[in-house]
Design a protein around this ligand. Structure first.
Ligand code: FE2
Length: 303
């Protein structure tokens, strides 16, 4: 199995950062060097340029994030663009290889924002206002990764990295819905709404079938529309019944919906969206998660 360590060559005792694992002894040595997890090179045995190129993107992201010469804002902007590329590949063609490639990118992001607050702040800022170039999944994915990293602290980086693919792919279940439903400009009728509400369960199914992903990823997809007061779907779960990582995703998802264009209203500015969420929707969220989200966006804007 080909793997890449989540640290630069200067910070580990091995001859190379990417290499092939062939024995249990090698795994033991990786653990002894302080690594709880590594990037798995999913494209190593694949032919063709697609997945290999996408896995290359993960390496490119790791290199950029670990560079000491690139300012945090530039790192965030570049990494965000590369992330958009791999996520759009999954939505165009949700093959196991593309899902794994996007997972590698999500884990690289999670590791970076868990250990570098400046990159996290910049990435959150880019993700919170850029509406032209990038799609919903990337914005919500990046915001949720930054928020989860902030809540978990540096010691929780491995947990955030495990959930990160779920954040980027939380809406992957939408690939099973008809395109004319997804693109419909007007309000949905009852039947269309029922169909649309299937995307969390479909996303759970798709991500569960990928045994390589942590089960929390499928739970994030399943529960990102659940609400703390039980008013969400598909199961109407309440409070602690909702997976903590999914509660993080729901805050980022609602914020993105409010700041995006809708057929019958103008997009809200980020500050106004936060104010509306605080005033009218606080019962939907875990309060600590929402408070941390306000800090995540607010601190950076004030800087
Ligand atoms: Fe969704």
């Amino acid at each position: 199995m080909g793997v890449t360590l989540p640290a630069s060559w200067l910070r580990h005792p091995f001859a190379r950062t990417s290499f092939t694992i062939g024995s249990v002894e090698q795994i033991r040595r990786i653990r002894e060097a302080g690594f709880d997890w590594v990037y798995v090179d999913s494209a190593e045995e694949e032919s063709g340029s697609g997945p290999a190129e996408l896995t290359e993107t993960t390496r490119e992201i790791v290199t950029i994030l670990e560079s000491e010469n690139i300012p945090p804002e530039e790192k965030a902007r570049t990494v965000y663009g590369l992330t958009e590329r791999v996520v759009s590949a999954v939505f165009n063609d949700p093959t196991p290889e593309n899902i794994l490639a996007a997972s590698g990118v999500a884990q690289a992001l999670a590791y970076a924002v868990s250990t570098d607050a400046a990159v996290a702040g910049s990435l959150a800022l880019v993700s919170s206002y850029d509406r032209v170039t990038y799609e919903h999944s990337v914005r919500v994915g990046c915001l949720a990764i930054c928020l989860a990293a902030r809540l978990a602290g540096a010691s929780g980086a491995a947990h955030v990295a495990a959930a990160a693919p779920g954040y980027l792919l939380h809406d992957i279940g939408k690939v099973t819905l008809p395109l004319d439903l997804l693109n419909k400009a007007g309000p949905l009728n009852a039947m269309e709404r029922a169909l649309m509400r299937r995307h969390p369960s479909e996303g759970h199914r798709i991500l569960s079938e990928r045994g390589e992903l942590d089960p929390v990823c499928a739970l994030v997809a399943l529960q990102h529309h659940e609400r703390a007061d039980g008013q969400g779907y598909p199961l109407g779960l309440r409070g602690d019944q909702i997976e903590p990582m999914a509660r993080v995703c729901s805050v980022a998802d609602v914020f993105d919906a409010l700041t995006g264009p809708r057929p019958y209203r103008q997009p809200l500015r980020p500050f106004d969206a936060l104010e509306l969420m605080r005033r009218e929707m606080l019962h939907h969220f875990q309060r600590e998660v929402f408070a941390e989200f306000v800090l995540l966006l607010g601190e950076r804007r004030a800087a």
